[in-house]
Design a protein around this ligand. Sequence first.
Ligand code: PDD
Length: 291
Amino acid sequence: MSSAQVYLDGHFLPLTEARVSVEDRGFLFGDGVYEVLRASAGRLYEEEAHWRRLASSCREVALTLPEGLPAGGLRALALELLARNGLGEGEATVYLQLTRGAAPRTHHFPPPGTRPTLYLSAAAFAPPWEARTRGVQAITLPDVRWSRCNIKSINLLPNTLAKQRAREAGAAEAVFVRDGVLTEGASTTVFAVLDGALVTHPNGPHILPGVTRDVVLALARAAGIPVHERPLRLEEREHFDELFVASTTLDLAPVVALDGQPVGAGRPGPVTRALQQAFYAAQGVTPPTLG
Ligand code: PDD
């Protein structure tokens, strides 16, 4: 099989030939932002929402896209990348990263005219049906992140450390807790069901405004499920009838145990299942039996 193709700084090239300067500010400072999109049969899922969030991340950190992108912009690059990788059919993910470019190391911004580094890759994606169907375990950890979590920054050290802790605990996700409040997972939005209502942390500086989050909230409202965007306190845990996490790659996955204790009945609950069904129905996808 030929090598995967990526896009870097204006060119499509084999992954094995892609090189970024060691002076790149992404490498030296984590000075960059990113997005992860899902593609199905060559179509990007919720792409407008991803481009909007990317624009917002860029604005927040004063980053701009490099000049000279093709007329179709990032969308055209992503679609061409999928095609070049033979991913025009089936399931795939597209990763996009933008950094402030390569320049001699100074904390403040590099000289005007420094070209931002734009990188895109695409990969075949095996949907995690087991997690979606049977549910996952999660642990809670203190949210030691900064107060601008609405920016999809490539600074993911707290997230990688939390994911590793989860893995070592035999769990799939770590849920961050800030001042007694469940904010979000290390790479997911967190939802709880209490008394038939769906509860999730409000958007703001303490969570990433998840693309899947918006989809789930809209589906819940359309289904007549009461929705409360409010801080979800860990001390309410006893009242969680259901808990689930959601993201672009996971879709919705029930959390059946938190810190080793069953959530609700300890198995995927009816509201989560109804939202999963609605999620796939909206996309015209027939999922394997969700149980
Ligand atoms: N993660 N919260 C955090 C901290 C995330 O990193 C993500 C996504 C989400 C869910 O957002 P969305 O529904 O837009 O994917 C919430 C991606 C998938 C990642 O880092 O790989």
